[in-house]
Design a protein around this ligand. Structure first.
Ligand SMILES: *Cc1c(COP(=O)(O)O)cnc(C)c1O
Length: 339
Protein backbone atom coordinates (compact mmCIF):
# COMPACT_ATOMS: atom_id res chain seq x y z
CA UNK A 1 0.00 0.00 0.00
CA UNK A 2 1.18 3.54 -0.76
CA UNK A 3 2.55 5.52 2.11
CA UNK A 4 -0.19 8.16 2.26
CA UNK A 5 -1.82 9.84 5.25
CA UNK A 6 -5.22 8.51 4.12
CA UNK A 7 -7.32 10.25 6.77
CA UNK A 8 -6.01 13.66 5.73
CA UNK A 9 -6.21 13.69 1.94
CA UNK A 10 -8.91 15.82 0.33
CA UNK A 11 -11.14 15.44 -2.72
CA UNK A 12 -8.44 16.22 -5.27
CA UNK A 13 -7.02 14.46 -8.31
CA UNK A 14 -3.93 12.39 -7.57
CA UNK A 15 -2.39 10.63 -10.55
CA UNK A 16 -2.32 6.85 -10.05
CA UNK A 17 -0.46 4.15 -11.99
CA UNK A 18 -2.79 2.81 -14.66
CA UNK A 19 -6.04 3.75 -16.37
CA UNK A 20 -8.27 2.04 -18.94
CA UNK A 21 -8.77 3.27 -22.52
CA UNK A 22 -10.96 2.00 -25.35
CA UNK A 23 -11.56 3.72 -28.69
CA UNK A 24 -14.65 3.63 -30.88
CA UNK A 25 -14.02 3.84 -34.62
CA UNK A 26 -15.70 2.47 -37.79
CA UNK A 27 -18.80 1.59 -35.79
CA UNK A 28 -17.17 -0.51 -33.07
CA UNK A 29 -15.21 -0.41 -29.81
CA UNK A 30 -11.65 -1.78 -29.91
CA UNK A 31 -10.47 -4.34 -27.33
CA UNK A 32 -9.35 -1.66 -24.86
CA UNK A 33 -6.33 -1.79 -22.56
CA UNK A 34 -4.69 -0.37 -19.47
CA UNK A 35 -2.11 2.36 -19.97
CA UNK A 36 0.37 4.29 -17.83
CA UNK A 37 -0.22 7.42 -19.94
CA UNK A 38 -2.44 9.87 -18.06
CA UNK A 39 -2.60 12.32 -20.99
CA UNK A 40 -5.23 12.38 -23.72
CA UNK A 41 -4.16 13.57 -27.18
CA UNK A 42 -7.02 14.47 -29.53
CA UNK A 43 -7.55 16.53 -32.65
CA UNK A 44 -8.17 20.28 -32.23
CA UNK A 45 -11.60 19.84 -33.80
CA UNK A 46 -12.71 16.89 -31.63
CA UNK A 47 -16.44 16.89 -30.86
CA UNK A 48 -15.81 17.17 -27.12
CA UNK A 49 -13.85 20.40 -27.62
CA UNK A 50 -16.34 22.02 -29.99
CA UNK A 51 -19.79 20.80 -28.98
CA UNK A 52 -19.25 19.23 -25.56
CA UNK A 53 -20.29 15.68 -26.47
CA UNK A 54 -19.32 13.93 -23.23
CA UNK A 55 -20.78 11.94 -20.35
CA UNK A 56 -19.29 10.47 -17.18
CA UNK A 57 -19.84 8.41 -14.06
CA UNK A 58 -18.51 8.39 -10.51
CA UNK A 59 -18.20 5.43 -8.15
CA UNK A 60 -15.95 4.23 -5.37
CA UNK A 61 -13.83 1.18 -4.64
CA UNK A 62 -12.95 0.65 -1.00
CA UNK A 63 -11.69 -1.89 1.50
CA UNK A 64 -14.33 -3.65 3.58
CA UNK A 65 -14.06 -4.90 7.16
CA UNK A 66 -12.76 -8.33 6.02
CA UNK A 67 -10.04 -6.78 3.83
CA UNK A 68 -11.71 -7.29 0.45
CA UNK A 69 -11.65 -4.57 -2.18
CA UNK A 70 -15.13 -4.01 -3.59
CA UNK A 71 -17.31 -1.61 -5.57
CA UNK A 72 -20.91 -0.66 -4.76
CA UNK A 73 -23.59 -1.36 -7.40
CA UNK A 74 -21.31 -0.63 -10.40
CA UNK A 75 -23.92 -2.22 -12.69
CA UNK A 76 -26.12 0.82 -12.08
CA UNK A 77 -23.30 3.15 -13.12
CA UNK A 78 -22.83 1.09 -16.30
CA UNK A 79 -26.56 1.31 -17.10
CA UNK A 80 -26.82 5.01 -16.31
CA UNK A 81 -23.83 5.72 -18.55
CA UNK A 82 -25.56 3.83 -21.37
CA UNK A 83 -28.62 6.07 -20.89
CA UNK A 84 -26.44 9.19 -20.87
CA UNK A 85 -24.63 8.08 -24.04
CA UNK A 86 -27.91 7.37 -25.86
CA UNK A 87 -29.28 10.84 -25.03
CA UNK A 88 -26.09 12.45 -26.40
CA UNK A 89 -26.05 10.35 -29.61
CA UNK A 90 -22.94 8.52 -28.46
CA UNK A 91 -22.30 4.78 -28.78
CA UNK A 92 -23.00 2.77 -25.62
CA UNK A 93 -20.13 1.09 -23.83
CA UNK A 94 -21.41 -2.44 -23.04
CA UNK A 95 -22.25 -3.12 -19.38
CA UNK A 96 -20.10 -6.26 -19.01
CA UNK A 97 -17.12 -4.45 -20.49
CA UNK A 98 -17.70 -1.47 -18.20
CA UNK A 99 -17.68 -3.77 -15.16
CA UNK A 100 -14.55 -5.60 -16.31
CA UNK A 101 -12.77 -2.29 -16.99
CA UNK A 102 -13.61 -0.98 -13.50
CA UNK A 103 -12.24 -4.20 -12.00
CA UNK A 104 -9.07 -3.93 -14.11
CA UNK A 105 -8.40 -0.33 -13.04
CA UNK A 106 -8.92 -1.16 -9.37
CA UNK A 107 -6.65 -4.24 -9.55
CA UNK A 108 -3.91 -2.34 -11.40
CA UNK A 109 -3.98 0.39 -8.74
CA UNK A 110 -4.66 -1.76 -5.68
CA UNK A 111 -1.86 0.00 -3.78
CA UNK A 112 -3.85 3.22 -4.03
CA UNK A 113 -7.02 1.79 -2.46
CA UNK A 114 -7.22 3.19 1.10
CA UNK A 115 -7.46 0.76 4.05
CA UNK A 116 -10.64 -0.09 5.95
CA UNK A 117 -11.45 2.37 8.70
CA UNK A 118 -9.52 5.30 7.18
CA UNK A 119 -12.69 6.85 5.80
CA UNK A 120 -10.84 7.39 2.51
CA UNK A 121 -11.86 5.61 -0.72
CA UNK A 122 -10.62 5.06 -4.27
CA UNK A 123 -12.82 7.21 -6.49
CA UNK A 124 -13.33 5.94 -10.05
CA UNK A 125 -14.19 8.20 -12.94
CA UNK A 126 -15.46 6.48 -16.10
CA UNK A 127 -16.07 8.94 -18.94
CA UNK A 128 -16.61 9.01 -22.67
CA UNK A 129 -16.09 11.81 -25.15
CA UNK A 130 -16.24 12.55 -28.87
CA UNK A 131 -12.64 12.25 -30.07
CA UNK A 132 -13.25 12.57 -33.82
CA UNK A 133 -13.30 15.95 -35.60
CA UNK A 134 -16.65 17.69 -36.22
CA UNK A 135 -17.08 21.23 -37.49
CA UNK A 136 -20.66 21.06 -38.76
CA UNK A 137 -22.96 20.32 -35.82
CA UNK A 138 -23.44 16.54 -35.68
CA UNK A 139 -22.44 13.56 -33.56
CA UNK A 140 -18.80 12.53 -33.98
CA UNK A 141 -17.81 9.27 -35.71
CA UNK A 142 -15.14 8.48 -33.10
CA UNK A 143 -15.19 8.26 -29.31
CA UNK A 144 -12.91 7.42 -26.43
CA UNK A 145 -14.00 5.69 -23.22
CA UNK A 146 -11.65 5.94 -20.24
CA UNK A 147 -11.61 5.11 -16.53
CA UNK A 148 -9.09 6.46 -14.06
CA UNK A 149 -9.04 6.25 -10.29
CA UNK A 150 -7.80 8.59 -7.58
CA UNK A 151 -7.82 8.19 -3.79
CA UNK A 152 -10.05 10.68 -1.99
CA UNK A 153 -10.23 11.51 1.69
CA UNK A 154 -13.06 11.06 4.16
CA UNK A 155 -15.93 13.39 3.35
CA UNK A 156 -16.74 14.36 6.92
CA UNK A 157 -13.20 15.21 7.94
CA UNK A 158 -13.35 17.04 11.26
CA UNK A 159 -16.95 15.96 11.87
CA UNK A 160 -20.33 16.43 10.26
CA UNK A 161 -21.33 20.03 9.66
CA UNK A 162 -24.87 20.57 8.34
CA UNK A 163 -24.90 22.62 5.16
CA UNK A 164 -26.54 25.93 4.40
CA UNK A 165 -28.07 26.15 0.93
CA UNK A 166 -29.50 29.01 -1.05
CA UNK A 167 -32.36 28.86 -3.50
CA UNK A 168 -30.71 29.65 -6.81
CA UNK A 169 -31.84 32.22 -9.34
CA UNK A 170 -30.25 30.03 -12.03
CA UNK A 171 -31.56 26.78 -13.44
CA UNK A 172 -29.50 23.59 -13.60
CA UNK A 173 -31.50 21.89 -16.33
CA UNK A 174 -34.12 22.80 -18.92
CA UNK A 175 -37.56 21.16 -19.09
CA UNK A 176 -37.14 18.17 -21.45
CA UNK A 177 -33.39 18.84 -21.45
CA UNK A 178 -30.44 16.84 -20.09
CA UNK A 179 -30.89 17.14 -16.31
CA UNK A 180 -31.52 13.39 -16.01
CA UNK A 181 -28.21 12.31 -17.56
CA UNK A 182 -24.69 12.58 -16.19
CA UNK A 183 -23.10 14.92 -18.69
CA UNK A 184 -20.29 17.43 -18.18
CA UNK A 185 -22.40 20.05 -19.92
CA UNK A 186 -24.79 20.15 -16.94
CA UNK A 187 -21.84 20.96 -14.71
CA UNK A 188 -20.34 23.59 -17.02
CA UNK A 189 -23.54 25.60 -16.83
CA UNK A 190 -23.81 25.24 -13.05
CA UNK A 191 -20.30 26.53 -12.28
CA UNK A 192 -21.36 30.16 -12.35
CA UNK A 193 -24.33 29.50 -10.05
CA UNK A 194 -21.94 27.65 -7.74
CA UNK A 195 -19.48 30.56 -7.64
CA UNK A 196 -22.26 33.03 -6.92
CA UNK A 197 -23.57 30.86 -4.05
CA UNK A 198 -20.08 30.32 -2.62
CA UNK A 199 -19.30 34.02 -2.91
CA UNK A 200 -22.40 34.75 -0.83
CA UNK A 201 -21.29 32.25 1.83
CA UNK A 202 -23.52 29.27 0.96
CA UNK A 203 -22.37 25.67 0.64
CA UNK A 204 -24.57 24.69 -2.29
CA UNK A 205 -27.47 25.79 -4.46
CA UNK A 206 -30.96 24.41 -4.22
CA UNK A 207 -32.18 24.37 -7.82
CA UNK A 208 -35.90 24.61 -8.51
CA UNK A 209 -37.88 23.04 -11.33
CA UNK A 210 -37.02 25.06 -14.43
CA UNK A 211 -40.59 25.31 -15.74
CA UNK A 212 -42.42 26.79 -12.75
CA UNK A 213 -39.69 27.47 -10.15
CA UNK A 214 -41.97 26.26 -7.39
CA UNK A 215 -40.71 22.69 -6.83
CA UNK A 216 -37.42 21.46 -5.41
CA UNK A 217 -35.08 19.63 -7.81
CA UNK A 218 -31.54 19.00 -6.58
CA UNK A 219 -28.16 20.68 -6.04
CA UNK A 220 -25.40 20.77 -8.66
CA UNK A 221 -24.35 17.23 -7.85
CA UNK A 222 -26.58 15.58 -5.25
CA UNK A 223 -30.26 14.59 -4.82
CA UNK A 224 -32.46 15.67 -1.92
CA UNK A 225 -34.01 13.46 0.68
CA UNK A 226 -36.42 14.88 3.27
CA UNK A 227 -37.80 13.43 6.49
CA UNK A 228 -41.24 14.51 7.69
CA UNK A 229 -42.10 15.09 11.34
CA UNK A 230 -43.75 11.61 11.24
CA UNK A 231 -40.50 9.96 10.09
CA UNK A 232 -41.61 9.47 6.51
CA UNK A 233 -38.93 9.72 3.83
CA UNK A 234 -39.80 11.98 0.89
CA UNK A 235 -37.71 12.38 -2.26
CA UNK A 236 -38.52 14.84 -5.06
CA UNK A 237 -39.88 13.41 -8.30
CA UNK A 238 -39.05 15.19 -11.55
CA UNK A 239 -37.89 14.29 -15.05
CA UNK A 240 -34.95 16.70 -14.82
CA UNK A 241 -33.32 15.19 -11.70
CA UNK A 242 -30.29 12.92 -12.10
CA UNK A 243 -31.23 9.45 -10.83
CA UNK A 244 -28.72 9.14 -7.97
CA UNK A 245 -27.68 5.58 -7.16
CA UNK A 246 -27.11 6.62 -3.55
CA UNK A 247 -30.63 8.05 -3.29
CA UNK A 248 -32.15 4.90 -4.83
CA UNK A 249 -30.14 2.77 -2.38
CA UNK A 250 -31.19 4.90 0.61
CA UNK A 251 -34.84 4.56 -0.41
CA UNK A 252 -34.41 0.78 -0.39
CA UNK A 253 -32.64 0.90 2.98
CA UNK A 254 -35.40 3.11 4.44
CA UNK A 255 -38.11 0.71 3.32
CA UNK A 256 -36.47 -2.68 3.79
CA UNK A 257 -34.01 -2.19 6.64
CA UNK A 258 -35.58 0.58 8.70
CA UNK A 259 -39.27 -0.06 7.96
CA UNK A 260 -39.91 3.58 7.03
CA UNK A 261 -42.53 4.78 4.61
CA UNK A 262 -41.02 6.36 1.49
CA UNK A 263 -42.82 8.62 -0.96
CA UNK A 264 -41.45 9.93 -4.21
CA UNK A 265 -43.45 12.98 -5.30
CA UNK A 266 -43.05 16.59 -6.37
CA UNK A 267 -41.87 18.61 -3.35
CA UNK A 268 -42.93 22.25 -3.30
CA UNK A 269 -40.50 24.90 -2.07
CA UNK A 270 -43.42 26.23 -0.01
CA UNK A 271 -43.60 23.04 2.10
CA UNK A 272 -39.90 22.86 3.05
CA UNK A 273 -40.51 24.32 6.49
CA UNK A 274 -42.75 21.34 7.30
CA UNK A 275 -39.87 18.83 7.11
CA UNK A 276 -37.85 17.79 10.15
CA UNK A 277 -34.67 16.78 8.32
CA UNK A 278 -33.05 17.30 4.96
CA UNK A 279 -30.07 15.58 3.38
CA UNK A 280 -28.10 15.57 0.14
CA UNK A 281 -27.29 12.17 -1.36
CA UNK A 282 -24.48 11.24 -3.68
CA UNK A 283 -21.50 8.91 -3.96
CA UNK A 284 -19.04 11.37 -2.39
CA UNK A 285 -20.73 11.87 1.00
CA UNK A 286 -23.49 9.22 0.97
CA UNK A 287 -25.66 11.76 2.86
CA UNK A 288 -24.72 15.26 3.98
CA UNK A 289 -27.21 16.85 6.33
CA UNK A 290 -28.71 20.21 5.38
CA UNK A 291 -29.43 22.51 8.34
CA UNK A 292 -30.82 25.54 6.59
CA UNK A 293 -32.12 26.74 3.23
CA UNK A 294 -32.20 30.47 2.49
CA UNK A 295 -34.78 31.65 -0.03
CA UNK A 296 -33.98 35.26 -0.92
CA UNK A 297 -33.41 36.29 2.67
CA UNK A 298 -36.09 34.04 4.16
CA UNK A 299 -34.51 31.34 6.33
CA UNK A 300 -35.98 27.85 6.43
CA UNK A 301 -34.40 25.95 9.33
CA UNK A 302 -34.80 22.21 9.79
CA UNK A 303 -35.52 20.88 13.28
CA UNK A 304 -32.29 18.81 13.19
CA UNK A 305 -30.33 22.06 13.54
CA UNK A 306 -26.87 23.22 12.52
CA UNK A 307 -24.68 20.99 14.68
CA UNK A 308 -25.49 17.37 13.80
CA UNK A 309 -27.26 14.94 11.48
CA UNK A 310 -30.94 14.45 12.24
CA UNK A 311 -31.77 11.07 13.84
CA UNK A 312 -33.34 9.47 10.74
CA UNK A 313 -30.67 10.85 8.40
CA UNK A 314 -28.09 9.37 10.75
CA UNK A 315 -29.78 5.95 10.77
CA UNK A 316 -29.92 5.94 6.98
CA UNK A 317 -26.28 6.98 6.78
CA UNK A 318 -25.11 4.37 9.25
CA UNK A 319 -27.11 1.57 7.67
CA UNK A 320 -25.98 2.28 4.11
CA UNK A 321 -22.32 2.78 5.04
CA UNK A 322 -22.58 -0.39 7.16
CA UNK A 323 -23.81 -2.30 4.11
CA UNK A 324 -21.05 -0.82 1.96
CA UNK A 325 -18.30 -1.65 4.43
CA UNK A 326 -19.48 -5.21 5.03
CA UNK A 327 -20.69 -4.71 8.61
CA UNK A 328 -24.35 -5.22 7.66
CA UNK A 329 -25.58 -7.84 5.20
CA UNK A 330 -26.10 -6.33 1.74
CA UNK A 331 -29.03 -6.99 -0.57
CA UNK A 332 -28.20 -9.49 -3.32
CA UNK A 333 -25.94 -8.02 -6.01
CA UNK A 334 -25.07 -4.72 -4.28
CA UNK A 335 -21.42 -5.44 -3.52
CA UNK A 336 -19.03 -6.50 -6.29
CA UNK A 337 -15.93 -8.11 -4.88
CA UNK A 338 -12.84 -7.34 -6.96
CA UNK A 339 -10.06 -8.84 -4.83
C1 LIG B 1 -23.75 12.09 -9.89
C2 LIG B 1 -24.86 13.00 -9.50
C3 LIG B 1 -25.66 12.76 -8.36
C4 LIG B 1 -25.39 11.64 -7.39
O1 LIG B 1 -25.52 10.39 -7.97
P1 LIG B 1 -24.86 9.11 -7.27
O2 LIG B 1 -25.12 8.03 -8.25
O3 LIG B 1 -25.58 8.89 -5.99
O4 LIG B 1 -23.43 9.42 -7.05
C5 LIG B 1 -26.71 13.63 -8.12
N1 LIG B 1 -26.96 14.69 -8.93
C6 LIG B 1 -26.21 14.94 -10.01
C7 LIG B 1 -26.54 16.13 -10.85
C8 LIG B 1 -25.14 14.12 -10.33
O5 LIG B 1 -24.39 14.40 -11.41
Amino acid sequence: MKNIDWANIGFEYMQTDQRYVSNYKDGKWDDGCLTHDANVVINECAGILQYCQECFEGLKAYTTEDGSIVTFRPDLNAERMMDSAARLEMPQFPKERFLAAVDAVVKANAEWVPPYGSGATFYLRPYMFASGPVIGVKPSDEYQFRIFGTPVGPYFKGGVKPLTLCVSDFDRAAPHGTGHIKAGLNYAMSLHAHSVAHGAGYDENMFLDPATRTYVEETGGANFLFITKDNEVVTPKSDSILPSITRRSLVYVAEHYLGLKVTQRPVALAELADFAECGLCGTAAVISPVGKVVDHGKEICFASGMSEMGPITKKLYETLTGIQMGRIEAPEGWIRKIM
